[in-house]
Ligand binder design. Sequence first.
Ligand code: DP6
Length: 356
Amino acid sequence: MADTVYRASTTAPVNIAVVKYWGKRDAKLNLPTNSSLSVTLSQADLRTLTTASCSAAYPAAAGDSLLLNGEPSDVAGARTQACFRELRARRAALEAADPALPKLSTMPLRLVSENNFPTAAGLASSAAGFAALVRAIANLYELPASPSELSKIARQGSGSACRSLFGGYVAWRMGDAADGSDSMADQVAEAAHWPEMRALVLVVSAAKKGVSSTSGMQQTVATSGLFQERIARVVPQNMAAMEEAIAERNFASFAEVTMRDSNSFHATCADTYPPIFYMNDVSRAAIRAVEQINAAAGRTVAAYTFDAGPNAVIYYLEKDTEAVVGTLYHVLGGEVGGWKDAVVKGLKPSISLDEG
Ligand code: DP6
């Protein structure tokens, strides 16, 4: 029927890296200079819900469209276009093989996306956003694609998005093929493997970051000598140590690698010329607070990590909630200015993804 509207919805969670992706070896295909590893956070707290629809009745002249949190959003960008192109090509192949299938690949796409976390949380939403966009369209097109296959498409929207196709503990293997066919995500462990893990998001600032990840990492690749050391030695070591820490559920080791890798990433930012500073005084106060908490406990109970902005994510285990969360509220809430009271929650790792 010419006016049939085909529709599919899905959700995708936010992930926070404990071994950071920073650097592209191919900006067009969005291929990274190093592998990375993240923890996917609970969808109850942080997720994007996306509905994709298409219909021959949608006017072709209006083209594809995206409504993000109620506002029209640009889909003309190269990254969104790359995702659309890849998904349409896979659908077109199915249609060519089975002429009885409706020609969805030729119809305009309409996407409607909502985040369940406030923009004021200051969290990058591109990871959950592109993961949800890609899976919603894949579901709409009934593509027989595994999460790893979809991760290769989501990667082209935003690198970190490839890790949001899985729950739990997720690695993005950099791969070495020039066409990116082996640069994809896989699950290192399910959330249920280490269900005591918690994350706390400390919102220092909800302002948009000064230097975007995309442009910041390009500048680092082009100018930092320290970066060469990071990709050649530091990250491979951290990846191996992190996978072992997760396999053994060794929090002290998980925490040390997480903090060292965040420090290493921010050191390469400082070594970029001109330098890039994502952390501010409040961020550094959070680092000191975590050190104090660990010293007072006599063991490692908390780990900090920072992405391309000043907000801290603190990982800890459920049993240490009081020592970690209680102390952070006390130390930071009481003494440090500029602290926002936005999303500061004990987030569990995401267990599974909603399908269909
Ligand atoms: C610091 O995935 O946002 O959060 O691929 O250019 O879209 P693009 O970059 P993006 O970079 C994320 C960088 C990071 C580290 C990480 O998530 O691994």
